[in-house]
Design a protein around this ligand. Sequence first.
Ligand code: SF4
Length: 457
Amino acid sequence: MKKVFHNNINPYVQYMYSYPHKTAYRALAGISLRDYARVMAGKGHGLYLHVPFCQGKCGYCNLFSVTGQGTEAFDQYLDGVERQCGQYKEILTPYETEFSELTIGGGTPLLLSEDQLDRIFGLIEASFVMEKDREIGVETAPNQTTFEKLGILKQAGVTRVSMGIQSFSDEELEALGRKHRAKRAMEALELLKCMDFPCINVDFIYGIPGQTVDSLLESLQKALCFEPDEIFLYPLYIKHGAGLVHSKTAPDWQCAYEQYQNAARFLHAAGFRQDSMRRFVKKKRPRNFSECGFGTSLALGCGGRSYLGNLHFCTPYAITRETCLKQLEEFEHTKDFSVISHGIVLSKEEMRRRYVIRHLLIRPGLPLNQYKKHFGSWALEDFPVLKEWIQQGFVQIQQSDGIRDSEDFLTLTELGTGFSDYLGPVLISDNVRERMKEWDEIHESFGNLVSGEPEKL
Ligand code: SF4
């Protein structure tokens, strides 16, 4: 067999989109948003609205989303969001909070009607102050992408539209349990192109049963015809509660890694810069560099997470239709949205880990001097495993990369980038690992670790 992997390590352990994982969150008592609102003083914060409705449940999905809901259910949800916005506005106004970024994700936000989409943008505008050069991103799916709805996004000043295409092969879409087909995805992309949004992102998946290197490259080649600004390439994970967990075909990580290597080479040759294992960006676009270890983000609706300093919170992690619906009902009946009843308060040690994980896995990497400035110690001393990774060729120390003067970054090598989902989980603390394990054991009736598209903010 052709050796395409490194030291027989499985590169696909877990996607560390954020840290800690929601399964490490627990019930909290005596915490109010009012006590943390000062963290959101002034500019530079993120706002996220979760729209937890989809046309059908994809086979790999373990996100907070439900199917089979109609206009009335959507209206009820937006009534809850409206009351939440009103309370958050009252809490944040004294701190002169301004948001630099709004993301509307899900679920499938464009499943809502045109009037409901209008209502969302009106609500946000009436409740929050957005910075002048703010970014607004919206996620969509091919079946829900219509000319009229894109017109509403355009009018609202949306700067980034992200569409989950996953594959241009109908057989692969079928294997994933996606509702759309390749022809519809092409039509939706054509519509998106006509609207001339500043940034179009398309998501693809590799490691799909039946997928080959050739079929993956064919999908990417078709995507390039539409000149996307960004491409996200996700390995297929089948984790907690996803429909495909009972599928007889176990994912073959060796095949998946070979597909990844070929796709990365293909996209580099096509003029894409690789900012992380998943994110490929057209070289001409500036690199978005933020203090991602400490960034603040406030979530609206049910199922999204908020990050306010060392406090992370959200509604309890739900993966079955039944538990999602129960939480939606609770959300819609919530009277006081300032009460924070589920989440985690991170210790200083966990904040260090978060900082390392959030920076190391994204280019330009972990800023070593900044780390010292924040925490008073050196990252390589605090996390000796980083030194081992230098020796093993996963990471290297590099000069500023033109982003910051006189900064040394610990940056993933090409090998390390491909092994991000192996390296990230190694950095999980014993305490968080224990909590995640406990959650898995309680919920093991949902099957082995399942999942697919990444967790969203
Ligand atoms: S993967 Fe996305 S589109 Fe599919 S069910 Fe989950 S949230 Fe909905």
